[in-house]
Write a protein that binds this ligand. Structure first.
Ligand SMILES: [Zn+2]
Ligand SMILES: [Zn+2]
Length: 264
């Protein structure tokens, strides 16, 4: 399997998964034009996409999906509640031809097995995934207020762990957002802080993933180096087996350009 994080932040998220001729876009929170540009930059092409899989209906994950699906005639895998919530809020730009997916019910796209599971977030029905193909496993866990035990169990054995590191708690508290928004982000159904991400790596992570990519950083309330340091410190606290190569294994996804290919 080959993976490319096309870009990630609170304002837009998209990841491309490739195995053989199957190409799945996991979240599509950029405009069609911007997606096309980023795909071209890594030698890919919008027209070759097989399907889109969505975590939830927030704009930073779904922005171009209705247009993309109409233009390419490809299926959109989304939970019924998320799809209905989007269509209710965007009656002029609805998602048709959705394939409804349900937490705890694995589904197949070509050779890829997707296992969705529920995470605590303030959308209609937010899902995280593990994706398996050709003996490799990817964990994709973003948009959640905290990491329940179950999530740790689901991502066990992942070769690549794509994990939210949304905000630094102090930067958020002292930052410019209105208090109600701060409370929302900090809540158990908000977004993952660097601290909670680091707690997971320190306490529940199995240490296996060769690639840990931190995603969904807030451009206002976080700094890539703070998130990365929190992860490195957490792994360092686990002893040498976990700290091994940590500098190489931990990366932060950029918001404005595709990252390097991860080849499994
Ligand atoms: Zn969200
Ligand atoms: Zn989001």
């Amino acid at each position: 399997m080959r993976i490319n994080i096309l870009g990630s932040s609170s304002s837009g998220n998209a990841t491309l998964l490739v195995f053989g001729t199957t190409r799945v876009l996991l979240d599509a929170g950029f405009s069609v034009r911007e997606l096309a540009r980023r795909l071209r930059e890594i030698g890919e092409d919008l027209a070759r996409l097989s399907a889109v899989v969505l975590t939830h209906e927030h704009t930073d994950h779904i922005r171009s999906v209705p247009r993309l699906a109409r233009a390419l005639g490809i299926p959109v895998f989304i939970s019924r509640a998320s799809c209905e919530a989007w269509n209710r809020m965007n009656p002029t730009d609805p998602i048709h031809a959705a394939e409804y997916i349900v937490a705890e019910r694995p589904f197949q796209i070509g050779p890829m097995t997707f296992r969705p599971f529920a995470v605590p977030h303030d959308a209609a029905d937010t899902l995280a995934f593990t994706i398996e193909a050709g003996g490799a496993k990817v964990g994709y866990v973003t948009d959640l207020g905290y990491i329940p035990q179950l999530v740790g169990e689901r991502v066990r054995g992942s070769d690549v762990l794509i994990l939210e590191a949304n905000h630094d708690v102090e930067m958020l508290r002292n930052g410019p957002y209105p208090w109600s928004v701060k409370q929302r982000i900090l809540s158990r159904h908000g977004h993952l802080s660097n601290d909670e991400m680091a707690r997971f790596l320190r306490e529940d992570f199995d240490g296996r993933a060769e690639h840990i990519v931190l995603v969904h950083l807030s451009r206002t309330n976080n700094h890539p180096e703070l998130a990365r340091l929190a992860a490195l410190e957490a792994l360092g606290a686990r002893g040498s087996a976990f700290a091994r190569d940590a500098e190489r294994r931990v990366r932060v996804a950029a918001h404005d350009r595709p990252g390097p290919w991860i080849e499994l």
